[in-house]
Design a protein around this ligand. Structure first.
Ligand code: NAP
Ligand code: HSE
Length: 428
């Protein structure tokens, strides 16, 4: 008789219940694939009485996730509560200290405490696995740590927040405003309890920070990410971008250059015919570029019960098989401290501004851009009925620093009627 792998699950929400459903319905398959039974021993959540749609009476109950994490009759602590600190962090620390393996879907905790948790887990000789934390059902952590281990990773590009992609694609298809579609997404339950995590780009940036660490051998460094959410993306920008052959996406990009680690998460224009441009609704996509493989593109559901539980189960199966690897693909003690760098790689940019409609206004803007070394590729003045003229400019490749310099100088002219909207155009 082979020894079962015994689980304790804290968090019985969308993901936790999804994992329990798979454990209940696929027990034979899981045993056949891992060579041993996988058994759920104990569970924890805030409310013991809630009907969660699956029978839970056969499992021991703990009110306190720390008590669950340290039970003698579990081998793996599965943390599915969420939150950077609080019970998730306390119970994960306790589980590692008690010699348990840990599986989590908690990107917020890993993006902030990943290094310390990895060091603790590796010192204890225990696994800390988190496939579900990045891009839901897409096995991107496995791809980076295992399949692509022989590559020098050169760049990672991703759309990794389904809620933002839903909002942006619905704005485009409906012609409705950001506020209208935000309310729709909220009503459908697509947004995090704190929606700012989604629309502020924070959730996607947590995921990018984790991927960067694996890809570039650096300690997770969330604070080094240039971060901008989608709240300022207007239906006008979506329409204008569409007219010029682009879509607007919340795009994460990470690359390591001689200057340091560049990580940015911000709304960008991408060609509408590109795979990223075609990405609809809550789907996620991650492109990984390596010196040997060139480019691998992974696409799939970024959230939801089944996809996220699928990723959690992949981690649990690896632990059942006895498969181990360092938390971030190489020993945590060998990860370099990240040196954050702002991108100096030039790119074309989209600018939308309102100018006071008077002689010489456009010429002044063109001069200011020229003085900062920013060359105009395309310029369009849109029809209007009032005293301010909407103007769209697409620049040739330029650095954001040069553009910021030009925008600051525009502020000193008497022609700018509102702050310009600036979006990078990413060639992907
Ligand atoms: P959820 O539906 O809100 O469920 C959270 C669960 O945690 C609930 O069962 C809640 O108990 C329990 N909980 C919260 N605080 C607790 C505490 N102090 N003690 C004990 N239990 C506590 O969340 P979720 O969507 O399943 O997400 C779980 C994790 O997966 C998060 O880290 C999230 O970021 C990550 N994730 C989620 C998705 C997704 O599609 N949902 C995708 C990728 C990653 P009650 O039910 O009793 O309130
Ligand atoms: N809020 C996240 C998203 C959930 O929309 O992608 C999955 O991490």
């Amino acid at each position: 008789m082979t020894t079962p792998l015994r689980l304790g699950i804290a968090g019985l929400g969308t993901v936790g219940i999804g994992v329990i459903r798979i454990l209940r319905t696929q027990a034979a398959l899981l045993e056949a694939r891992t060579g041993r039974p996988i058994e759920l021993t104990a569970i924890s959540a805030r409310s013991r009485d809630k009907d969660r749609g699956v029978p839970l009476t056969g499992y021991a109950w703990e009110d306190d996730p720390v008590a669950l994490a340290t039970r003698d009759d579990i081998d793996v602590y599965v943390e599915l509560m969420g939150g950077t600190d609080g019970p998730a962090k306390a119970s994960t620390d306790a589980a590692i200290a008690a010699g348990k393996h840990v599986v989590t879907a908690n990107k917020a905790m890993l993006a902030i405490h990943g290094q310390a948790l990895a060091e603790a887990a590796e010192a204890a000789g225990r696994a800390l696995r988190y496939e579900a934390a990045v891009a839901g059902g897409i096995p991107v952590i496995k791809a980076l740590t295992e399949g692509l281990a022989g590559n020098q990773i050169t760049r990672i590009v991703g759309v990794m927040n389904g809620s933002c992609n839903y909002i942006l694609t619905r704005m485009e298809s409906s012609g409705l405003s950001y506020d209208d579609i935000f309310a729709e997404a909220d009503g459908l339950g697509y947004l995090e309890a704190d929606p700012q995590l989604d629309v502020g780009g924070i959730d996607a940036a947590h995921k990018l920070a984790i991927l960067s660490s694996i890809a570039f051998g650096t300690q997770v460094h969330f604070d080094g990410i240039e971060l901008e959410g989608i709240e300022r993306v207007s239906i006008d920008d979506i329409r204008h971008a569409g007219d010029m052959g682009y879509k607007i996406k919340l795009l994460g990009v990470a690359q390591k250059t001689g200057r340091g680690l560049e990580q940015r998460m911000m709304p960008c224009l991408v060609p509408d015919t590109s795979p990223f441009g075609q990405l609809q609704g809550g789907t996620n996509m991650v492109a990984i570029e390596g010196d040997a493989v060139e480019q691998v593109v992974l696409r799939g559901p970024g959230a939801g019960e089944g996809p996220t539980a699928s990723a959690v189960m992949g981690d649990i199966c690896d632990i059942a098989r006895g498969f181990t690897l360092p938390v971030f693909g190489q020993p945590a003690a060998s990860l370099e401290a990240a040196t954050p760098a702002r991108s100096v790689l030039p790119a074309p940019h989209y600018l939308r501004m309102a100018l006071h409609d008077k002689p010489g206004a456009l010429a002044k803007i063109a001069t200011v851009l020229g003085d900062a070394g920013v060359s105009i590729d395309r310029m369009r003045q849109l029809g209007h009925n009032d005293a301010t003229a909407p103007v769209l400019i697409v620049t040739h490749k330029c650095t954001r620093t040069a553009l910021d310099e030009a925008i600051a100088a525009m502020g000193h002219t008497d022609v700018l009627a509102s702050n310009p909207v600036v979006l990078r155009i990413e060639d992907i």
